[in-house]
Design a protein. Structure first.
Ligand SMILES: Nc1nc2c(ncn2[C@@H]2O[C@H](COP(=O)(O)OP(=O)(O)OP(=O)(O)O)[C@@H](O)[C@H]2O)c(=O)[nH]1
Ligand SMILES: [Mg+2]
Length: 536
């Protein structure tokens, strides 16, 4: 068909550009049980793609070694654990990666789950000595429910661990997914030699560099042409078994979530990193049309749509501002464009838009589906908000968990009440804790609610260091929370063992001192709404 009008021709080419750019995006999370090596692996993916010149260490010895890029928060560096998810955008060959390193600790799992709503694939990291651990299993189930294809990286092969066949068994029996090893380790523990790429039989050996800070040389050869060692003989035998059972990567099965390609290596010692990086480029799917809340796929090449999946204040200690992270689902983002927030119906200008790399960022003028854009100081944006250029697309809500831990937060210094209040409300918007108001305590003495105790430690630390507040947290006598409505509130007010509280977004919660009070309330009030709030 001949396109005659220039305007229509431009429209067509804009649409083509969006589709082409989307095809060049890979947006993925790194997930696992705590300590499996997600942050170390993230650092090495940055090193091998050329985004950083020298890799840092999770527990850097100050002065001698740099810290890792993705654990930028003071508390993360002190403790050597990830507390908050980190966005890293960087080019790899002709692709643009949006990588999200997530915290493994269960107390921060809400953050990880939010990230899983915003990615198209995930790398699941296993510690070779531990196989599938509790949190890995949970995250796997969430990823699977969201239809996210998973690439598995078996890490820490430089340490004593389970045999690789045992690990495959563990994946298949616990995750109930077919494991298709793409690489296979030769040796392990102190005699780890390298990995064989099963696709072409090449044997990759890796040079160790001090602390794994720099890229060492990688050599390829063929196992059968090398002198035999016990490790090589064993690997040959295992490779024979794998060929016999045809455990080969199948792209269709992988995209449907029925199989996971497995890679082996050591993030610390740079074993197998380049193979994994290329696999993410080759295997992880680019963005496709996302479904709205009504289940309708939103075409990639339409107007701009996206949703906010994360909010973070004080990323940059000098600026002390607040970033809302937008996952673009369709269309072309032009900085300065006006977007409508579906929840409020209000429009706002995207004048301050950044691409983010750990705690660093720079202005971004255009972005495409798959990209994560940091919108600075758009204070009305909340987690879960859907943004539109035109039309009115709403994406599925991002669920919050029923909290299980509660504190009464008091302000100890009246002169610093403003800081206290601002800090609490900011941490609530980020989802670090939920801030609840009761009739007695009101805004001055909020109840803080969390999924895990560590969240209070983070909240306390950040209130003091980032907001200069002087808070005190007292234990609160509740152990359970359920969502209710106005009718439920009317029936529960004044009842023993129950406290009614409201969240900043208007959600009404019933807080119970123990399960018996909840059971009694349900028995006495048939039909009352008491929802666990939890969803996937
Ligand atoms: N021996 C060995 N240690 C490793 C390897 N990869 C990571 N580690 C170590 O394992 C520890 C945990 O690594 P991290 O990268 O912080 O693990 P994580 O999965 O990001 O942990 P969380 O984010 O807190 O859940 C650190 O001490 C790393 O140095 C590896 O390949 N071999
Ligand atoms: Mg980490």
């Amino acid at each position: 068909m001949l396109i005659k009008t220039p305007c229509l021709r431009r429209l067509m080419s804009d649409r083509d550009t969006i589709i082409t750019e989307a095809r060049h995006r890979r947006t993925f999370a790194i997930i696992s049980h705590p300590d499996a090596g997600k942050t170390t692996l993230t650092e090495k993916l940055l090193l091998y793609s050329g985004a950083i010149e020298e890799a840092g260490a999770v527990r850097a010895r100050s002065g001698r070694q740099r810290d890792v890029t993705s654990d930028w928060m003071e508390m993360e560096r002190q403790r050597g654990i990830s507390i908050t998810s980190t966005v890293l955008q960087f080019p790899h060959d002709d692709l643009l990666f949006n990588l999200l390193d997530t915290p493994g600790h269960r107390d921060f799992s809400e953050d990880t789950y939010r990230v899983l709503s915003a990615v198209d694939a995930a790398v699941i990291v296993l510690d070779a000595a531990r196989g599938i651990e509790a949190q890995t299993l949970k995250l796997f189930k969430v990823a699977q429910a969201r239809g996210i294809p998973l690439i598995t990286f078996v890490n820490k092969l430089d340490r004593p661990g389970l045999g690789p066949l045992e690990i495959l068994d563990d994946i298949e029996s616990q995750l109930e997914i077919k494991a298709t090893p793409v690489t296979w380790p030769v040796g392990g523990d102190t005699d780890l030699e390298g990995v064989v790429d099963r696709r072409d039989g090449s044997f990759w050996t890796f040079e160790r560099t001090p602390g794994g800070r720099e890229i060492g040389e990688a050599r390829t050869g063929r196992l059968e042409e090398m002198d035999s060692t016990p490790a090589r003989a064993q690997a040959s035998q295992e490779l024979g078994i794998l060929d016999a059972v045809a455990a080969n990567h199948d792209i269709e099965q992988f995209l449907k979530g029925e199989s996971t390609p497995v890679f082996f290596g050591s993030a610390l010692w740079n074993f197998g990193i380049d193979l994994l990086l290329d696999a993410i480029a080759d295997m992880a799917p680019p963005p496709t049309a996302r479904a709205s809340v009504d289940g309708e796929p939103i075409p990639l090449d339409g107007g701009l749509t996206g949703f906010i999946f994360k909010i973070q204040a004080n990323l940059d200690a000098r600026h002390r501002d607040r970033i809302a992270f937008l996952r673009i689902c369709s269309g072309k983002f032009d900085r300065g464009m006006t977007l409508t927030n579906f929840r409020t119906g209000r429009t706002f200008s995207t004048k301050y838009a950044h691409q983010v790399f750990g705690r660093d960022r720079e202005t971004v003028d255009v972005a495409y589906p798959g990209d994560v854009v940091g919108l600075v100081n758009a204070t009305e944006l909340r987690i879960g908000d859907s943004l539109n250029e035109d039309g009115a697309v709403e994406f599925p809500p991002i669920p919050t968990f029923a909290p299980e831990h509660f504190r009464v937060a008091r302000n100890l210094d009246t002169a610093r009440y403003k800081q206290f209040r601002k800090g609490i409300s900011q941490l609530d918007e980020e989802g670090v804790i939920q801030s609840l108001h009761t009739r007695d305590g009101g805004e001055r003495v909020p109840i803080l609610a969390a999924v895990g105790e560590l969240q209070f430690e983070v909240a306390m630390h950040r209130l003091k260091t980032e907001f200069s507040a002087e808070p005190l947290f007292d234990r609160a006598p509740y152990t359970l929370a359920r969502r209710t409505d106005e009718a439920g509130r009317a029936r529960l007010v004044g009842r023993r063992g129950v406290e009614i509280a409201t969240r900043a977004d208007g959600t009404i919660l019933a807080l119970f001192t123990n399960q018996a009070w909840l059971d009694g309330t349900l028995r006495d009030n048939p039909g009352i709404l008491l929802d666990t709030l939890v969803g996937l």
